[in-house]
Design a protein around this ligand. Structure first.
Ligand code: IPM
Ligand code: MG
Length: 361
């Protein structure tokens, strides 16, 4: 049976990098017996331009019916003045919520070839391999009430609600413990339990779930300290589990440890392992259309899709190897170049496809 894969290019550099992912998938189909059907749909600003909504109904239906979803990126300055509910980010958040993609895996791994691209000293980051597990469908991103209201004195007040129910904490904790079991069995839960009641409950539930995983060494950090530790001594971490907003922030920090946010893929999974896969970087409107964006985070997202949703770990490993080989061969897009020649988005995509083909020869 053919895997049904929904392709959502989105905005900015999204379409350029998604093209490279499609090229890679076609190579898997032609040379590796991978059987798939691809179908594209609009999301984000592209959805708004097409039908006036960042998450068109047809796109949602396509995603519901697909075995997995690949997404480029959403957002752009031309949409910033739109009503909040019509902004591109709403398309992405709506998809996460509608499909209940509560478990967001954001690996931060340093390729040895890129150790000098990191802004931190090589001995601090070399060998770095962290997995951030971010809660993705709850917390302050979705809590109600929310809004901007006028007070009696005419002043306006903005408000959001940070709320987590026990079952939401429990399922993300389980997800993180399961992943820790497959790795180095160390889990650090990040919260702000010294100030927030919701964090107090978070910590309590994580500890409870931990009773089912006696082999995993569980620790806790307050988020401010975690942010500091991530740049001070990042290799102390194996798996980090945290809330939606803390995870948003810490995963960007962790990304930069690896040299470029252009290298990092992500998976957003529901309870059955169905998922959406996207680079963690944004739509980078400043470089869109120039074919200079790094497609590797997108291509590594394809590898994660094969591994986590489609049960094709061998193919996933081949892509990871091909990316490593391309870096060994010296191919660099502008974001990871240290002087020297750079290649375009398309050339980088072609190089990975060639490296993949070379693996079957
Ligand atoms: C991310 C992004 C999104 C988020 C935006 C685009 C809504 O920053 O995936 O990290 O905040 O979750
Ligand atoms: Mg973010």
């Amino acid at each position: 049976m053919a895997y049904k894969i929904a392709i959502l290019p989105g905005d900015g550099i999204g379409p350029e990098i998604i093209n490279q992912a499609e090229k890679l998938l076609q190579c898997l189909q032609q040379d590796f017996g991978f059987n798939m059907e691809l179908e594209s749909a609009a999301i984000g600003g592209a959805g708004y331009d097409a039908v006036g909504h960042p998450l068109p109904e047809a796109s949602l239906v396509l995603c519901q019916q697909a075995d997995a979803i690949l997404l480029g990126s959403v957002g752009g300055p031309q949409y910033e003045s739109l009503d909040r509910d019509l902004r591109p980010e709403r398309g992405l958040l709506g998809l996460r919520a509608s499909l209940e993609l509560f478990s967001n895996l954001r690996p931060a791994m340093l390729y040895p070839q890129l150790v000098n691209a990191s802004s931190l000293k090589p001995d601090i980051v070399s060998g770095l391999d962290i997995m951030i597990v971010r809660e993705l469908t709850g917390g302050i991103y979705f809590g109600k009430p929310r809004g901007i209201r006028e007070l009696e004195n005419g002043e306006r007040e903005g408000f959001n609600t940070l709320v987590y129910a026990e079952h939401e904490i429990e399922r993300i904790a389980r997800s993180a413990f399961d992943i820790a079991m497959l790795r180095n069995k160390k889990l650090c839960s990040v919260d702000k339990a010294n100030v927030l009641e919701v964090s107090e409950l978070w910590r309590e539930v994580v500890v409870q779930v931990g009773n089912d995983y006696p082999e995993v060494e569980l620790s806790h950090l307050y988020v401010d300290n975690a942010a500091m530790q991530l740049v001070r001594a990042p290799k102390q971490f194996d798996v980090i589990v945290t809330t939606n907003m803390f995870g948003d922030i810490l995963s960007d920090t962790a990304a930069m440890l690896t040299g470029s946010i252009g290298m990092l893929p992500s998976a957003s999974l529901d309870r059955d392992g169905k998922g959406m896969y996207e680079p963690i970087h944004g739509s980078a409107p400043d470089i869109a259309g120039k074919s200079i964006a790094n497609p590797l985070a997108m291509l590594l997202s394809v590898a994660m899709m094969l591994r986590y949703s489609l049960g094709e770990p061998e193919l996933a490993n081949l892509i990871d190897t091909a990316v490593g080989n391309v870096l060994n061969q010296g191919f660099r897009t502008a974001d990871i170049a240290e002087g020297g020649n750079t290649v375009s988005t398309v050339e980088m995509g072609d190089a990975v496809v060639a490296a993949l083909r070379a693996l079957v020869k």
